[in-house]
Design a binder for this molecule. Structure first.
Ligand SMILES: Nc1ncnc2c1ncn2[C@@H]1O[C@H](COP(=O)(O)OP(=O)(O)OP(=O)(O)O)[C@@H](O)[C@H]1O
Ligand SMILES: O=P(O)(O)O[C@@H]1O[C@H]([C@H](O)CO)[C@@H](O)[C@H](O)[C@@H]1O
Length: 169
């Protein structure tokens, strides 16, 4: 029986053990693995644009998202708006994303070292020296790419617009 669309999305959500097995299988099959990470609290056009561009850089795309606790430490106790399961399912619903992993640390370094992707990607709000994992990926013969920033789009600005609108009544 064909899996339902929701099952197809959900099966992309992998834990640490499963992602390592999946990466091993993909690498054995000659796949080019692209990796990026972020909070992705409220998904917007900037996220979609850079993620789609990232996916075009390889044949399998993995997105590591910060756990709720990690987002709180990084972005403040009033974040995230969307919990980690919602954020994971949202990104997994994109056809060009192949796997989602949630990490609880402050940075994805351990996850990057476990996966060791061929291409590490961040959006244009970063420079290469700021990208966690860049030295490790480059030392392993991989590439690090900073993709274009889509001006005017951030989760924070969306939240502020909603808050201001609410206050304006
Ligand atoms: N406008 C944008 N254009 C391209 N890439 C973006 C844009 N905004 C964020 N990104 C990328 O998306 C990933 C997730 O970033 P993040 O979740 O922090 O988005 P954000 O909109 O900046 O959120 P926040 O406002 O909460 O900081 C990062 O790799 C970041 O480089
Ligand atoms: O959504 P953000 O804030 O872009 O994601 C953060 O990215 C950090 C980045 O990889 C630093 O180079 C990372 O350390 C942090 O855990 C968030 O994922």
């Amino acid at each position: 029986m064909m899996p339902s669309p929701e099952q197809l999305i959900k099966q992309k959500l992998l834990d640490t053990a499963a992602i390592q097995l999946q990466v091993e299988y993909w690498k054995a099959g000659g796949e080019k693995i692209v990796f990026t990470n972020g909070c992705f609290d409220l998904v917007h056009l900037g996220h979609i644009t850079y993620l789609a561009e990232a996916a075009a850089l390889g044949t399998k795309t993995i997105v590591a998202i910060n756990s709720d606790a990690s987002v709180k430490r990084l972005k403040g106790t009033n974040r995230p708006i969307n919990d980690e399961y919602s954020r994971a399912m949202m990104l997994a619903s994109f056809f060009f994303i192949d796997a989602i992993i949630v990490f609880d640390e402050d940075t994805p370094l351990l996850t990057i070292q476990q996966i060791m992707p061929h291409v590490l990607v961040k959006g244009g709000d970063y420079t290469i020296p700021q990208i966690v994992g860049a030295p490790e990926v480059i030392a392993n013969g991989g590439a690090v790419e900073v993709l274009d920033f889509v001006p005017g789009y951030s989760s924070t600005s969306i939240i502020n617009r909603i808050r201001n609108g609410a206050e304006a009544g």
